[in-house]
Design a protein around this ligand. Structure first.
Ligand code: NDP
Length: 315
């Protein structure tokens, strides 16, 4: 029993949502403890340059921005820890959480900011250019600007792929969309928008064989799954838009999730989940916006909601 740690506010996850929640919670003297999770800094650590977060007129790299957010949280004495929470029990009035090495934490409030992970094709060449920042991205809104006046390729056939292809078409001379089946999964209106955009070429029944290049991406080798014909499409940017997976597996059966695993808000416009004292911020509950700034905004909301919840217990 004496190994149990009691905390007022436990924050699970360290992207812009988690760090912003930590800044607010620490300034409100809730002494937050934040577990950084598997990928400290979250998805932004795989982004090169962030140019759309207000307050950085010259832009900043994703990893640098996360270090700054961490430093800001530490300045107010948030307790930032390397490690992750791999089990929770929210059935009682105390929220019980366990770290991967078996430490038990009892938290009065919990802020879930575990984020989501973009899905990738899994090709070695794709991962190589993703990790090197050489031209593979899973976020057109984040990185499309760097390909102004260039030719790009985007993989996927859902609403995200259509939205991102359309976004890229305004910046790029040509966008080639690779659809693995013979039709879109996207809603008709989104698919029609793509079909009616002159500088988007759609290749159906088409799989990616390899992302080509030297230090930077120069093209994609693709294969028609019906004819087996292979061809090379020149491009400097290779975008993957085949869906995201929210990092919510440990909350299954404990917190209300939607059919794709995103945490459901108990009240729209708040950070409340169905469990009193447990709040959610960032991409774990957001399949629509997925931006650093929106994650940070909801991190602020979760900390304020947690503070109000604690105050309500005292009265
Ligand atoms: P979806 O899961 O809807 O679509 C994923 C797409 O990627 C599918 O077309 C799928 O192909 C394709 N895909 C998956 N794996 C591979 C692979 N290995 N190789 C090639 N293609 C692959 O994800 P989205 O992110 O598009 O959308 C998620 C949710 O968010 C949906 O409910 C969507 O409606 C919603 N959304 C709504 C928007 C809006 O209304 N403005 C904007 C963006 C998203 P296949 O069809 O062959 O399975």
């Amino acid at each position: 029993m004496d190994t149990i740690e009691k905390v007022k506010c436990l924050i699970i996850g360290s992207g812009p949502a988690g760090y912003t929640a930590a800044i607010y919670a620490a300034r409100a003297e809730m002494k937050p403890v934040l577990y950084q999770g598997m990928q400290p800094g979250g998805q932004l650590t795989t982004t090169n340059e962030v140019e759309n977060f207000p307050g950085y007129p010259q832009g900043i790299t994703g990893p640098e921005m996360m270090m700054e957010l961490e430093a800001q949280a530490k300045r107010f004495e948030a307790d930032i820890r390397f490690g992750f929470i791999n089990k929770v029990d929210f059935s009682g009035s105390v929220h019980k959480c366990w770290t991967e090495d078996g430490k038990e934490i009892h938290a009065e409030t919990v802020i879930i900011s575990t984020g989501a992970s973009a899905k990738y094709l899994g090709l070695p060449s794709e991962q190589k250019y993703l990790l090197s920042g050489g031209g593979v991205s899973a976020c057109a809104v984040c990185d499309g600007f760097f390909y102004r006046g260039h030719e790009t390729v985007i993989v996927g056939a859902g609403d995200s792929a259509c939205e991102e292809a359309h976004y890229l078409s305004k910046l790029c001379t040509k966008v080639t969309m690779l659809v693995r089946k013979d039709d879109f999964r996207a809603s008709k209106i989104m698919a029609d928008r793509v079909k009616n955009t002159p500088n988007i070429e759609i290749l159906f029944n088409t799989d990616t064989v390899e992302v080509l290049g030297d230090d930077l991406v120069t093209g994609a080798k693709v294969k028609n799954s019906v004819t087996s014909e292979e061809r090379i499409i020149p491009c400097t940017g290779f975008f993957v838009a085949i869906g995201h997976k929210p990092n919510t597996d440990i909350f299954k059966g404990i917190i209300d999730l939607d059919e794709t695993g995103y945490i459901k808000y108990a009240q729209p416009g708040t950070s409340l989940t169905n469990v009193p004292g447990v709040f959610v911020a960032g991409d774990a509950a957001d399949k629509r916006y997925r931006q650093a700034i929106t994650a940070a905004g909801t991190g602020c909301m979760a900390a304020l909601d947690a503070e109000r919840y604690l105050a309500s217990l005292e009265h």
